[in-house]
Design a protein around this ligand. Sequence first.
Ligand SMILES: *Cc1c(COP(=O)(O)O)cnc(C)c1O
Length: 377
Amino acid sequence: MQFRDLGLQYAALKSEIDSGINAVIESHSFILGKQVSELEEQLAEFVGVKHCISCASGTDALILPLMAWDIKAGDAVFVPDFTFFATANCAMLRGATPVLVDIDPQTFNISCDALETAITKTIADEKLRPRVIIPVDLFGQPAEHRRIQEIADKYKLMILEDGAQGFGGSISGQRACSFGNAAATSFFPAKPLGCYGDGGAVFTNDALLNEQLRSLRVSGASIVSKYDNISIGLNSRLDTLQAAILLPKLKALRDYELDAVNDAARLYTALLKEFVVTPNIKNDYYSCWSQYTILLENEAVRDGLKEHLKNQNIPSMIYYPMGLHQQKALISTNTEDTQFPNTDRITKRCLALPMHPYLNKNDIKLITGEIIRYLHV
Ligand SMILES: *Cc1c(COP(=O)(O)O)cnc(C)c1O
């Protein structure tokens, strides 16, 4: 059994993926070929925004809008403490300071109360200029974007949604990657929509930002004259080959994969809810289930269960074993008295189970049976 079985997906989509790859090779149009613009159009339409700008990774998709907004030293960027490192790394690369915020213990997403506290404290301290909030759609459930938008409006901050794990999720039908001033996603192979290498995209309704990003991803070249550079940028494009791979994968995601992961999650929850804390999806929220994460009673039970599953050849993962506030690269930026009680508890108790659209019912029964067996001995 695999944690995320990309082989089964390839078997299902082999003919479209192979012919897509071959068409690119025969066209020799490897950089910004027509499949890239076709994919960008389809992605923007699916998400429900005006512009999609593809790039070389999810990390770059976070960095590029921060470059366009001139986020720099002295700026505060508010990020949840419980996330993949890239969410804070992008701010650090700009020389800005990530201000870490504790999470909601139910959803694991940024806590809106803690966010507002962090913002008012940063204003009162007068050391940093509050500029951007980066809410993360962790494990596939969108962050509380409506409330975050109210907070951003109140304090005049920008929002960059980190939808690397959220692509395909929604709130009352509004899709992830459409919230805030811009959103970033990742096409890393294990993400809800993954390519066969690195890739990412930015989404926005802002026409000026769209133009800036299209320039910044080609080293700041002017769109009208390639050799007349207008700003300092990156070389960050999505390969045409990756776009060709993503086109049939996006179709599968919208046609049946999102339904399939939601079916798998429902079955997991039905079988496990009496025994462990199962994921809590808020009313009117729809998850794309990039992870199915349960909470065990404590660290010893969690670690023991992980070992038990491993002995039965069932993979599981600890996302994440520590908060950003515990990571060496960030300790110096957060020397204050800030506490992260929710991340501290959840990092010790969380365990992510195998999850993907091709996971079958028997596998889920086997996995949950082993979990229940372990908890009862
Ligand atoms: C994966 C991920 C990223 C970074 O994406 P890459 O494509 O690996 O650069 C950023 N944020 C979150 C929350 C992620 O899970």
